[in-house]
Write a protein of this length. Structure first.
Length: 151
């Protein structure tokens, strides 16, 4: 059995020697080397873009979280202002002596609240627009960079 094993081993070695002695044409070798180099280059570029995109998403998430907090604070500020105005109006209504004074006070309050709501809506819109622009700026920059990379 030891002889069989040695014959098998010697046959395998002989076949290996035959294969390793084969010459690969230079053009084929150059083609393969260029393919490997291109694959390495493409992988390196892809890895850079993937890392940059990951960093951009992390920054965008952080910015969006801060923005959501800012919007929430603006909402609370608006609600507080409206609640204070309503309570002040209620106190003023409790002090009126005639119906005409109450109607006049109510009309003035409604007008003031309409103006205040218009201002609050404009301010809220500005905050939302600012937060959105700030949160999407990294996404826009990365997209532009990626499109330039492809060109």
């Amino acid at each position: 059995m030891a002889q069989t094993k040695s014959k098998t081993e010697s046959a395998a070695e002989s076949a290996f020697d035959t294969v390793t002695k084969l010459e690969v044409p230079a053009a084929m070798r150059d083609f393969a080397e260029k393919g490997v180099a291109q694959a390495k280059d493409a992988y390196a570029k892809f890895k850079v873009v993937a890392d940059e995109t990951s960093d951009m998403l992390e920054g965008t998430y952080t910015t969006a979280s801060r923005g959501a907090s800012t919007i929430g604070l603006k909402s609370l500020e608006t609600a507080r202002a409206n609640a204070n105005a309503s309570f002040d109006h209620l106190i003023a209504l409790l002090g009126v002596r005639t119906l005409s004074d109450a109607i006049e006070l109510q009309t003035a309050f409604v007008r003031q609240q309409a103006e205040a709501m218009a201002v609050q809506a404009r301010e809220f819109g500005e905050v939302v627009q600012s937060v959105s622009a700030e949160a999407l700026a990294p996404v826009k920059a990365q997209l532009e960079k990626s499109l330039k990379f492809r060109a």
